[in-house]
Design a binder for this molecule. Structure first.
Ligand code: PAF
Length: 289
């Protein structure tokens, strides 16, 4: 297991790999790794002989009143988890290595990055896109792996990769859940027992809405038609004892909200809500059949 802290050392390794035509799998993380990250690392290591996992809590993607200072950090445990799941290299740079004095560039994405998380957390996706771009330029991966839990982030990264012609395949891996449905997240560590119980209502709301959609009857002639407000009401009624920021049914590709959805369309059900002071997000993507 190699632990690399500088961009130049990482470049030497990945340039050699490219010269030898070895594919590079990449899993960008902010550390505090859990079972969701383990799936990404496992999948990457099955597909590539070299798997780089970055561990970097990126200050640019946190708002001034967010949890940058308290975000859980444990590099030793992360390195063990990466090694145990087949990662070959850890890239763990300092903030000075990533953003040295005089750093002045920001990647800004319009459209898909402006709604939902983008609206609730101004500047968040600029910070994500900037760090992911720099990490991609450092690791030069063939394929990068992201968890579906951060659904909008996956769309933002895909948009950046397409717009800037980055030769990197983006692989989005299904959310890993606890037995009661709660999506695995580093931030779950903030929840006390009571908040942890309340947090399960996110998955209940999403699965209830998905069931509601599949239970709608398709007319003998014509397409199934489902009203957005009914889907969203279904989610809202199941969200108990959490402070809801949004609970929406949107087009899964564009995140646009329409009044009605029809058979043949793919929609994303997205929730952001607080259990106590912890902000949680979760989603389910479903085809209307
Ligand atoms: O999903 C995350 O953990 C972060 O947003 C990422 C992609 C590692 C960028 O800091």
């Amino acid at each position: 297991m190699h632990i690399i802290t500088t961009i130049s050392e990482m470049h030497d390794i990945v340039m050699d790999a490219h010269a030898e035509r070895v594919g590079i799998g990449f899993v960008p993380t902010m550390g505090s790794l859990h079972g969701g990250h383990a799936e990404l690392i496992k999948l990457s290591s099955m597909r590539h002989s070299l798997t780089v996992v970055s561990v970097f809590v990126n200050p640019l993607q946190f708002g001034p009143s967010e949890d940058f200072g308290s975000y859980p950090r444990n590099l030793d445990a992360d390195v063990r988890m990466i090694r145990d799941h087949g990662g070959t290299h850890v890239f763990a740079p300092s903030a000075e290595e990533m953003y040295p004095q005089g750093f002045a560039t920001s990647i800004h994405i319009e459209g898909i990055a402006k709604v939902l998380e983008g609206a609730s957390r101004p500047g968040h996706f600029d910070g994500v896109a900037t760090v992911v771009c720099k990490l991609f330029n450092t690791v030069m991966p063939t394929e990068a792996f992201f968890g579906q839990k951060d659904y909008q982030q996956t769309l933002v990264v895909r948009q950046m990769v397409a717009d800037l012609a980055m030769p990197i395949a983006i692989n989005v891996v299904p959310t890993v859940r606890e037995p009661d449905g709660l999506a695995k997240s580093s931030r779950n560590a903030y929840l006390n027992v009571e908040e942890r119980n309340r947090a399960t209502s996110l998955f209940r709301a999403l699965s209830g809405a998905k069931k509601f959609i599949s239970n709608q009857v398709t007319p003998l002639q014509g397409r199934k038609t489902i009203s957005r407000s009914e889907i969203e009401a279904e989610m809202l009624s199941a969200l108990q004892d959490v402070r809801i920021e949004y609970a929406v049914a949107v087009d899964a590709n564009t995140l646009e909200s329409r009044d009605f959805y029809y058979s043949g369309e793919k929609i994303a059900l997205l929730i952001a809500a607080f259990a106590g002071t912890t902000r949680l997000i979760d989603n389910i993507v479903t085809d209307i059949v």
